[in-house]
Design a protein around this ligand. Structure first.
Ligand SMILES: [Zn+2]
Length: 685
């Protein structure tokens, strides 16, 4: 199991063996898994293209002896056997109609009245009886872990997008609020513009409680037959789960059912687009971990759809493995081969890469899996974000997703790592702070706080204007409704700017325009940048800094970040601006800032008792010829080690260290290419 001591880079392969190619696929697994250095086989059942929808009971009965055989064969090889049924409720219909096979099945009903034919309502008794019978057969094969897919949720059951709003869900809701409520009425209340209608929280509470109960039901079914099998949870990212109000603690406790819980955070990037997709991946690991109980075993999801190098290169696949282990996960689950029975050796490159790179990943994991906080600007996440969000008129149901991903990507893009642990400096954008109590906001205002215009407007509305340097602020409006504007001038030399340093307002990309909050600052607030017109004449304030009477520091960029952030928001001037602002918020004690002759870093610092692990992924195709890591720490630096390609920790070769006033600058002269991330251990005296 990945909880083995000492820690190492646990490889789990997810593989489907269709009935018609079972023998051939099994023979190949026996032959190549040891060569690929796989530790665990997770067998997927009734999967993807050849799924029957809700798997027929007789089909599973017929398949079960094959699972027993797989477990025995894997035991002979010293490889763990786990199981991954492809569905619980169902991901999608794809033309299947389960109501023909399961009489009385009540499928999901969407917020707009769309009905599934295959994906089931979790309250449906027919589904429950069926899943109990099927999962008892699964459990009888005694898998090490049985993985529950992320279809254990109430969104994305194609063609249903959000729900279930079936008769039984509506009956329970009506009972709860003491009035007969139909779907249209309820959805209108959930999406009411402005202050949330009280029914929104009632609905989210009800839906969350039903899912907690469903999770507990599944776990009990498994444990009745296989008491030692652990439950693994695939999830879809906590911000997205705000759509359904997931209550993570209760949900996790119900699923674990007294055992250790396993978690499979999604890394996205199912097909290779840009290296920058890894910002999402690393964040998904951190934020999912933040929501789950301490001690949860993580095996990230490295997935390739549709399973050839046309979709994803081996190098990108390697980077997803490296991100997983660098950020402290215990293992990876790899869905790299199709579910149609095609031999793995038809695409042998993945297996070769896995074997070749394992020593490097083992050495990385041996240090990254040690406990200790990730350091950086603190990001906020509240599982009740959707309870508090104010919606505009005509909002789509999907706008109930929580904010926060944008500011994560902005900071990480500029070499300013983020964390979900508490730190003296935090960042909040959009409507994130609506979920905070006044006391929580006051704590944030005692430290350093980075805000966008929308977040500043929320704080002003809540009565905190004086603490963030605002006399007045308007809600964000489309920039072009305010006049004709050209650029943001980053003019203030105190923060690294200079007059005439212009950054585009064609944001977030060509063809787009951002929204701005027009604000009136208090005396003492220091403008950092301003909006200028086509004659370069100053107009509205863009960014400012303010020190409040509690001694806290606030920096606000008055654009609405969600409307502004994209490729065009990034610029060397922006990089300078953010580094100065964040270091000012931190009073010069930023735990890690990364600079150098390159762009798109993904960097981290994780502190152990006597050492800090530092990492840098280069998410650009251009190498960084050198890197500067700026660390703040009151301890003396003893020695620095670097991980080489072969997986050996040794002295850092091209290193120059300068220290002044508890600030250490590590200049590392080894070029960092996109396919070979840099890992450094700083040992403190
Ligand atoms: Zn329902």
């Amino acid at each position: 199991m990945p909880e083995n001591n000492p820690p190492h880079a646990w490889y789990a392969l997810r593989r489907t063996l269709p009935t018609w190619s079972f023998e051939e696929n099994l023979a190949e697994l026996i032959q190549v898994l040891p060569r690929y250095r796989i530790d665990e086989l997770i067998v997927k059942v009734d999967t993807e293209e050849f799924t029957h929808g809700q798997p027929p009971l007789q089909w599973i009965r017929n398949y079960q002896p094959r699972l027993h055989r797989l477990r025995r064969e894997m035991e002979q090889l010293g490889i763990r056997y786990s199981l991954n049924p492809w569905i619980t409720l169902g991901h999608n219909d794809r033309g299947r109609d389960a109501t023909r096979q399961l009489s009385g099945l009540r499928p999901m009903v969407g917020h707009d009245g769309t009905r599934c034919t295959c994906c089931a309502c979790p309250l449906c008794e027919v589904w429950r009886a069926h899943v109990e019978a099927v999962w008892t057969l699964y459990a009888a094969t005694a898998p090490s872990v049985i993985w529950i897919e992320d279809d254990i949720r109430t969104f994305n059951h194609s063609p249903v997008r959000y729900g279930c709003f079936c008769t039984e869900h509506l009956r329970r809701f009506s009972e709860r609020v003491g009035a007969a409520v139909d779907r249209e009425e309820l959805v209108a209340a959930i999406l009411q513009p402005g202050t949330p209608h009280p029914w929104r929280s009632e609905w989210l509470d009800l839906q969350a409680a039903i899912m907690v109960e469903t999770a507990g039901f599944l776990a009990r079914v498994v444990h009745r037959t296989a008491p030692d099998t652990r439950i693994g949870l695939m999830s879809s990212g906590p911000r997205t789960h705000c759509l359904e109000g997931r209550q993570w603690d209760r949900f996790a406790a119900a699923l674990a059912d007294g055992q250790m819980l396993y978690s499979r955070p999604p890394l996205g990037n199912y097909s290779e687009g840009s290296l920058r997709g890894l910002y999402y991946s690393h964040d998904s690991i951190k934020i999912t971990r933040h929501c789950l109980p301490a001690g949860t075993i993580e095996q990230t999801e490295v997935e390739n759809v549709p399973f050839t190098r046309y979709s994803k290169s081996t190098r990108f696949t390697f980077l997803q493995l490296a991100v997983s282990f660098a950020y402290g996960s215990h293992g990876v689950t790899m869905n790299l081969y199709d579910h149609c029975g095609t031999p793995m050796e038809d695409e042998p490159h993945y297996g070769r890469m896995l074997a070749e790179r394992k020593p490097f990943l083992e050495a990385l994991a041996s240090r990254a899996q040690q406990s200790g906080p990730f350091r950086g600007v603190s990001l906020l996440f509240d599982q009740q974000a959707s309870y508090h969000r104010h919606l505009p008129p005509g909002a789509d149901y999907g706008t109930l997703v929580a904010d926060g991903a944008t500011v994560m990507q902005l900071l990480e893009t500029h070499g300013l790592p983020t964390t979900y642990d508490a730190e003296p400096v935090a960042a909040a954008t959009g409507q994130q702070l609506r979920a905070c109590t006044d006391a929580e906001i006051t704590t944030l205002l005692d430290g350093g706080l980075l805000l966008d215009g929308t977040a500043a407007a929320v704080l002003h509305e809540r009565g905190f204007g004086a603490q963030i340097g605002l006399q007045a602020i308007n809600p964000a409006v489309h920039l072009d409704t305010l006049g004709a504007f050209a650029a943001e001038e980053f003019f203030n030399p105190d923060f690294g700017g200079r007059p005439g340093a212009f950054m585009t307002l064609t944001l977030p990309d060509l063809g787009g325009r951002p929204s701005l909050c027009v604000a009136e600052l208090q005396p003492g607030a220091r403008p950092i940048s301003r909006i200028v017109d086509p004659d370069a004449q100053p107009s509205h304030v863009a960014m400012y800094a303010f020190e409040n009477d509690r001694g806290g520091r606030v920096a606000v960029h008055l654009l609405d970040l969600d409307s502004a952030f994209g490729t065009a928001f990034n610029h060397p001037f922006r990089n300078t601006q953010l580094h100065h602002v964040v270091d000012w918020l931190w009073r010069g004690r930023t735990p890690l800032r990364v600079t150098g002759d390159g762009v798109y870093p993904l960097a981290f610092r994780r502190d152990g008792d006597r050492h800090s692990l530092l990492g840098l992924f280069n998410l650009s195709l251009d190498s960084w010829p050198d890197v500067e890591m700026h660390l703040s720490d009151s301890r003396q630096l003893d020695h620095v080690e670097q991980l080489d390609v072969a997986g050996r920790w040794g002295p850092c070769q091209q290193l120059l260290v300068t220290t002044a006033d508890d600030r250490h600058v590590l200049r590392i002269g080894t070029p960092v290419a996109f396919d070979q991330p840099l890992f450094i251990t700083v040992n403190w005296a």
